[in-house]
Design a protein. Sequence first.
Length: 173
Amino acid sequence: MNSNFDSLNNDMQSPLNSQLNAQARDRFELLSAYLDGEVTASERKQVEEWLATDASIQQLHARLLKLRQAFRSIPAPAPVQSVEQTVEQVMAKVDRRPKLRLVWGGAAIAAAFMGAVTLFSVRQPQMAQVQPKTQPTLEAQQQPSDSDMMVALDRPVVSIKMANSQPPSRQRN
């Protein structure tokens, strides 16, 4: 547009210039609303009076009309998918929501039921019972007898095969 709307110029302007810029902005907004058909009857009359008498408003009006025409001539991008496909996707999502609520509701009810069963099935707290260790008595400390430890020589636990050898009486020197 023009340099009056530049942020660097706005910071260095005098109070008189800032009042003029505020007035110019108000006129611009009112003219833009006039082009969009969003003004009251008194505002419409005021804008038409400006257009009849003020050359700068006439230039601004012409520029806004050109800009409006340029925007209208820009081709709209083609949709990626058809309207029917979009509607079907939206309806599918809407249909899924109650099912999802039903699943979550069922899970919550099952969890509450399991909690209630667990809570009411335990009648009283049970602690692990440990048998107290008793001191061994003299009888328990008694060593096994020799007869318990004795191994029968004529009945070995593992059978031992004899090697083929001659009796000592038959051996010759």
